[in-house]
Write a protein that binds this ligand. Structure first.
Ligand SMILES: Nc1ncnc2c1ncn2[C@@H]1O[C@H](COP(=O)(O)OP(=O)(O)OP(=O)(O)O)[C@@H](O)[C@H]1O
Ligand SMILES: [Mg+2]
Length: 430
């Protein structure tokens, strides 16, 4: 629990009450940092829970605004009608005046779970590292804005989780969250999935189908692996973003759609732009807010909370035994692993360990066999940096030469190097 927002018109009286409650609240170890009292709903993103006085002006409007972001506890003079209306509008609870410390304590404890403390994570995204704390800030910012978001990061770092969280905390959360996985889908299929089709539009279209974009009107669309969309199809997506309209295949009139786009890619899109594989104009449209999820090996301090989180998430899979923790030795192994599959791999490891555990604690023997080697025996690949760099260079140059039809000047331009430099490299690579 951190910051409590109290919204009331009777700020004097309520301020006095909370002032007198403050030391009592501190004694209750609610760890609140700050109680702010305001006559308006201010910026809800700075707070974790709100107490809203229903004996204030325009309380319905304030409630609707606040409840999108944080749990709202309503309080008022005894009034059943008001209480029912507030609960209908989304208040999490209703308290009668005068408030007392006992009631407040009880109610805050009850809602603690719903409150987004950032100490361990944001919603379902866990992690204590500074880089994840920065990510939580960006999720909040993205949730409150209508801007398009691009999430980047290696496979298994939580891109989809973050995308869902943004939608969930955004004002669009009552509308749909459409997901399209763009990787390895041929353009024709992608087109009918996204835009839908009219009956008779092509052979086999013997019914009318709404596309995902039309279906998600008013909501959010998540383009997963946007970097895999062909340059030709990128133009179609760009047009939707520019014009805010979609048209079914075989249709005759465009329909307006109101969409927030969140996209994700494990590729470095700037590099794809350089290689001519991704349109720069589309990139800038999509990348208004950028959230980068670092690989797990760069934030090992997140492992402890992630392990605990996955133990709780998957422990119900064992009916005979409640696996609650991890022994120090097993934790030591977990902390010294490189996680090429990132958080998804850690989750699988914990699931595996739960099914193999013979006691309430996960022991080294419960971990997958390839992890059980002691650090000294661990296979660490010798970094063959030069060979790796050379092969990457070769690939990029080959790519550029193909695109330029063998023209070295054009290829050099694509690669962003001087012509002579490229010639030298070509000689070197034979
Ligand atoms: N920070 C996190 N806290 C809790 N669970 C996480 C976290 N990051 C990832 N996960 C879990 O790991 C799994 C993979 O996450 P997700 O599918 O979001 O990754 P991704 O980046 O989209 O991966 P891919 O690129 O392979 O699709 C999911 O089960 C997700 O719940
Ligand atoms: Mg994904």
């Amino acid at each position: 629990m951190r910051n409590i927002l109290v919204v009331t018109d009777e700020s004097r009286e309520v301020a006095d009450l909370f002032q007198s409650l403050k030391s009592a609240i501190n004694r209750l170890k609610l760890k609140q940092r700050n109680i702010s009292i305001s006559t308006d709903s201010v910026n809800p993103l700075k707070y974790d829970i709100a107490l809203l006085d229903l004996d204030s002006r325009a309380w319905q409007k304030k409630l609707l605004e606040l409840r999108r972001y944080i749990p709202v506890i309503a309080f008022a003079k005894p009034d059943v009608k008001k209480a029912v209306e507030a609960i209908k509008l989304g208040a999490s609870d209703f308290l009668e005046k005068p408030l007392s410390i006992e009631v407040l304590n009880e109610i805050i404890n009850k809602h603690k779970k719903k409150i987004l403390t950032h100490d361990y994570g944001f919603d379902e995204t866990m992690g204590t590292s500074p880089s994840m704390q920065a990510v939580y800030g960006l999720i909040k910012k993205a949730a409150a804005s209508e801007s398009h978001v691009l999430i980047t990061g290696e496979s298994g770092t939580g891109k989809e989780l973050v995308a869902r969280s943004i939608h969930k905390w955004s004002p669009r959360h009552d509308n749909s969250f459409g997901v399209i996985n763009c990787s390895a889908i041929p353009d024709t299929l992608l087109e009918s999935e996204l835009f839908g089709f009219e009956r008779g539009a092509f052979t086999g279209a013997n019914y009318t189908k709404k596309g995902l974009l039309e279906f998600s009107d008013g909501g959010t669309v998540f383009f997963d692996e946007i970097g895999d969309v062909s340059p030709l199809f990128q133009v179609k997506i760009l047009r939707v973003l520019q014009e805010g309209e979609v048209m079914r295949i075989g249709g005759s009139k465009p329909m307006r759609v109101d969409l927030r786009i969140i996209s994700a890619s494990h590729r470095d899109l700037v590099d794809s732009i350089r290689k001519g594989l991704f349109r720069e104009d589309l990139f800038y449209r999509l990348n208004v807010i950028n959230i980068h999820l670092p690989p797990l090996r760069e934030r090992l301090e997140d492992i402890q909370v992630l392990v605990q989180h996955f133990l709780e998430k998957h422990s119900s899979k064992r009916k005979d035994l409640l696996v609650k923790g991890v022994s120090d030795e097993a934790m030591n192994i977990l902390m010294h692993y490189a996680y090429p599959g990132n958080v998804r791999e850690l989750e699988n490891i914990i699931e595996h360990a739960i099914s193999f555990a013979g006691s309430q604690q996960v022991l080294p023997a419960d971990l997958p066999a390839h992890m059980q080697q002691t650090p000294s025996q661990k296979v660490t690949p010798t970094p063959k940096l030069r060979e790796t760099l050379l092969s990457v260079e070769k690939e990029l140059i080959w790519d550029a030469l193909q695109k330029s039809g063998g023209n070295i000047t054009k290829a050099a331009l694509l690669l962003g190097v001087h012509r002579q430099q490229l010639q030298r490299k070509l000689k070197e690579l034979k």
